[in-house]
Design a protein around this ligand. Structure first.
Ligand code: TPP
Ligand code: MG
Length: 295
C-alpha cells in the first residue's frame, strides 16, 4: 500500500548516498553510527523495562528519528543550547550525557540527571547544554527564544536549538515567538521533528497547509524542509542555519521529515496507520544507511 500521508520517505538511493558520503569522512559516519545505535539500544531497553513495570510515568520512544539528533550534534558546538519536548531520551545521549544517569532518572534515583524528580519527560543536563525535556506541548518554543535572547544579551556566539513536534506547531505561542525572534534576530533554530503524527492525528487532519516548512515564511524566516532519515542532510541544514545565527542574522525554521517506528507512547494500538506505511519508512533507516556507507 502506498503511503498516503503528507510526509513521504525520501529514498536514499545509491547515487544520492554516494554523492553525500563523499562530503563526510568515514570517522563522521562511524560517529553517527555509534551515536544512533547507542540511542536505539537505550530506547529498546527502556521500552522493555517499561513493559516490565520497572519504572512508571509516561514514556515516549525516539526510535526511527535518530538521524535528527545525530546530524544536529555533529553540526553544533560546545556552548550551544538544546531543548525539546517529552520525547527527550535521544537528545542528551547525542550531546554526550552518560546514559547511566538517564537510566537512573527513569528509575527515580537521586543519581539521575534531574535528581530522580523529572522522569522520562524531564531529562536535563546543563553541562551538555541540554535545557530539557518539557511535558507541555509547545512550551519549549517560547523558552527557546528566551534562551537565545540570553545568549545574545551575554554577547556569546551560542545558538539555541529548539525541537518540537508537528503537533506542537499548532500552539499559538509559536507565532508570538516567531515574530519576536525575527524582530530581534535571535540566534535560534526551530526544528520541527515532523513524524507526521501528533498522537494519532496526522498532519493532514490538522491543517490545510500540510507543508510545515511554510509556517516561517510569513515572518520572512529562512525556512526549509529536510530529509530527517539522513544525518548528512540534517547536518548540512543545521550547519548552514547555525552559521547564519552566529553571524547575527537570526532564526531559521527546519521542517525535518522523519518517522517514529513505535507508537506515540507505550500504550498506542496504532490504528491510525498501516504496517506498510511503517515498513516503507523503515527501509530508509539511518543506522542501516550509515552501516552501508562504512562497509
Ligand atoms: C498543552 C498540551 N496539550 C496536550 C498535551 C497532550 N499531548 C501529549 S503529546 C501530544 C501530541 C504532540 O505531538 P507532536 O507535537 O507531533 O510530537 P510527537 O509526539 O509526535 O513527537 C499531545 C496532544 C500536552 N502534553 N500538552
Ligand atoms: Mg509528531
Amino acid at each position: 500500500m502506498a503511503v498516503k500521508t503528507a510526509n513521504k520517505p525520501t529514498k536514499n538511493t545509491k547515487k544520492a548516498s554516494a554523492s553525500q558520503s563523499s562530503k563526510f569522512t568515514k570517522d563522521t559516519y562511524v560517529k553517527w553510527y555509534k551515536d544512533m545505535l547507542l540511542i536505539r539500544k537505550f530506547e529498546e531497553k527502556t521500552g522493555q523495562l517499561y513493559i516490565q513495570q520497572k519504572f512508571g510515568g509516561f514514556c515516549h520512544l525516539y526510535i526511527g528519528q535518530e538521524a535528527i539528533v545525530a546530524g544536529t550534534a555533529s553540526a553544533c558546538k560546545e556552548g550551544d543550547k538544546h531543548m525539546t519536548a517529552y520525547r527527550d531520551h535521544a537528545h542528551p545521549i547525542a550531546l554526550g550525557t552518560d546514559p547511566r544517569v538517564l537510566m537512573a532518572e527513569l528509575y527515580g534515583r537521586s543519581t539521575g540527571c534531574s535528581k530522580g524528580k523529572g522522569g522520562s519527560m524531564h531529562f536535563f543536563d546543563k553541562s551538555k547544554g541540554f535545557m530539557g525535556g518539557h511535558g507541555i506541548v509547545g512550551a519549549q518554543i517560547a523558552m527557546g527564544a528566551g534562551v537565545a535572547f540570553a545568549e545574545k544579551y551575554a554577547g556569546t556566539d551560542n545558538v539555541a536549538f529548539v525541537s518540537m513536534g508537528d503537533g506542537a506547531v499548532r500552539q499559538g505561542a509559536l507565532h508570538e515567538t516567531f515574530n519576536m525572534a525575527m524582530n530581534w534576530k535571535l540566534p535560534v533554530i526551530f526544528i520541527i521533528e515532523n513524524n507526521n503524527y501528533a498522537m494519532g492525528t496526522s498532519v493532514e487532519r490538522t491543517t490545510n497547509v500540510t507543508d510545515l516548512s511554510k509556517i516561517g515564511l510569513s515572518y520572512d524566516m529562512p525556512s526549509r524542509a529536510v530529509n530527517g532519515m539522513s544525518p548528512e542532510a540534517v547536518h548540512e541544514a543545521i550547519a548552514e542555519a547555525a552559521e547564519r545565527a552566529r553571524k547575527g542574522d537570526g532564526p531559521t525554521l527546519l521542517d525535518i521529515r522523519t518517522y517514529r517506528y513505535k507508537g506515540h507512547s507505550m500504550s498506542d494500538p496504532q490504528k491510525y496507520r498501516s504496517k506498510d506505511e511503517v515498513a516503507e519508512w523503515m527501509e530508509q533507516d539511518p543506522i542501516e544507511h550509515c552501516l552501508r556507507v562504512i562497509k
